[in-house]
Write a protein that binds this ligand. Structure first.
Ligand code: ZN
Length: 195
């Protein structure tokens, strides 16, 4: 069904990680809230104060995303109920932060693609989303920003914005994929707990 095999907000890690990098990835993933944690179903509150604490939060989220080999991360995924997300589609570009994002416009043109999620280990499901979006929000300094995004960038932003409303890709997956995804998820969470 999916035309592309992009994985959000989880990017596929390189096939062989050296032990140190693998350990760092595991440590980062341990900080990411997993399915079953009620915070993932919480609607995050708008940020009202753009202070050092917020900038610190954004910095920590960017570092965690980097170490976890993610391409996006929402604040709720680390237990913070702020409308904050970070993403980075190109691995060598700087981390983008988006505070209080709002979709101003999205295209009627939609596309299916496979998505994964750092909070849903072993889950890969197809999700249909608008191909083009225009999003307004603020950076971590409180400067207004307007982003016109397409393709993978638009998809990551929409995936992370869903998190801020307590919505997960399981909710958007075709019914026939949901059952299998839940099975894989339960098995992954159990083996995580056993490890
Ligand atoms: Zn996610």
């Amino acid at each position: 069904m999916a035309e592309h095999h992009e994985e959000l907000d989880e990017a596929p890690p390189p096939p062989t990680l050296d032990p140190e990098t693998a350990a760092r990835r595991r440590a980062a993933l341990a900080h990411v809230r997993k399915f079953g944690d009620p915070v993932l179903r919480t609607k995050a509150r708008p940020v009202e104060v753009f202070d050092d604490e917020l900038r610190d939060e954004v910095r920590r989220m960017g570092a965690l995303m980097h170490d976890a080999y993610g391409i996006g991360l929402a604040a709720t995924q680390v237990g913070i109920v702020h409308r904050v997300l970070v993403y980075r589609v190109e691995s060598d570009s700087p981390v983008n932060a988006l505070v209080n994002p709002e979709i101003e416009w999205s295209s009627k043109d939609k596309e299916w693609a496979e998505e994964g999620c750092l909070s849903l280990p072993a889950v890969h499901v197809d999700v249909e989303r608008p191909v083009f979006i225009r999003v307004k929000g603020f950076d971590e300094q409180g400067e207004p920003i307007l982003i016109e995004a397409s393709g993978l960038e638009a998809r990551v932003i929409q995936h992370e914005m869903d998190h801020l409303d307590g919505v997960l890709i399981l909710d958007r997956a075709p019914r026939d994929q949901r059952k299998e995804a839940m099975r894989a998820l339960r098995a992954a969470l159990e083996s995580d707990a056993a490890a």
